[in-house]
Design a protein around this ligand. Sequence first.
Ligand code: AMP
Ligand code: GLY
Length: 424
Amino acid sequence: MNILLIGSGGREHALAWKLSRSPKCEKLFCAPGNAGIAQNATCVSLNVEDHQAVLDFITDHQIDFVVIGPEAPLVDGLADTIRGAGTPCFGPSKLAAQLEGSKGFMKDLCAKYNIPTAAYGRFTDPAAAKKFVQQNGTPIVVKADGLAAGKGVLICENEADAFGAIDDMLSGNKFGEAGHEVVIEEFLDGEELSYFALSDGKIALPFSAAQDHKRAFDGDKGPNTGGMGAYSPPPLLTPALEEKILQQIITPTIAGMTTEGCPFAGVLYAGLMIKDGAPKLIEYNARFGDPECQVLMMRLNSDLVDILHAAATGKLGAFVNNINWHDMAALTVVMAANGYPNSYEKNTEIKNLEIAELAGDIKIFHAGTKMDGDKLVNSGGRVLNVTAIAQDIASAQEKAYESCSKIDWPDGFYRKDIGWRAVK
Ligand code: AMP
Ligand code: GLY
């Protein structure tokens, strides 16, 4: 198969690496890709908002299968366009991607199908939203309804902060269209877990889990980020907990989406809060997590082309109890540009990756890199994902940090405690 992968982050590098190792993969293209992805795929500049340009590329390069990495093109309906033109595509339809694209849609689905989640209200009127905050008390969580690049969730410790967030979104246009409606919800306490299930629109198949670290600094302190590191499998996920997640959350969601007329085919990423062994859904994403995908791909032993193609073509039934994982643990450390998640410099030089990646159990995925002549430089905030596989999380952690210490990048930083809960 000739395959086109859409995206440019560490998640897409991990997908490209794994897809390219499949004997089914003939030519792999990635739009737009990055300097690391270029080791596994031919990177092409293609404006994915221009659906006709994507269709033309598919025809010109005899593409047999498309894999969409990030949420924005999914919410924009790119998968529908590609499938409509007759090419199989991994990624949910525009309607199904509302699970991530509209928090209000996701919460209403939970309410209708009894899926455990935080109590909530949906608002477009600031006065009504503030009244809800007064009635429910703080801490309380204010969320922009639409996509806001991970910045649209505000955990408010007091009423003044909550009112400020409401005014910023509903009156101040802070997140544009995405913030013209807000979801306000109960603050959930507990430990977070990223759970993944594949679906072909008919059945849901467990696809392992991970834990990530969202805060920028050691000790889970500092501002929220896209994720500073992850590990898998998470010790938190016992078989009993997984059974509850499947029964109470994943299965009714997949069935409910079909009943609602928008069957979900792709990867369903449930962001969960676990307390006293009980899961509650925080949010859904319609794509793989980043950096969670990097540790999943490191552990996956089965052929990724086969699995994603089966999900895209209604044939996941063949993989029931038939997805193989290495009996090992993986851990990834995110190296980010100094200043991230706030402003940071671009085009700073990164050296010594060849030395850092020498061992076979280390893989450095690129998240935000590009070549500047023969120099490797950063082009984003999250830049490298130093990923290790070993017999347990403690050993994977040790290996990943040994590799990080060899990378010469004075303009970057990384957390020193990724996996602390699991290693403790
Ligand atoms: P998101 O940017 O949508 O991935 O959400 C950001 C983070 O906000 C989540 O990973 C949680 O850590 C936190 N969060 C969102 N909703 C809640 C909630 N209801 N209670 C507690 N924490 C939450
Ligand atoms: N690592 C969190 C996310 O991908 O949303």
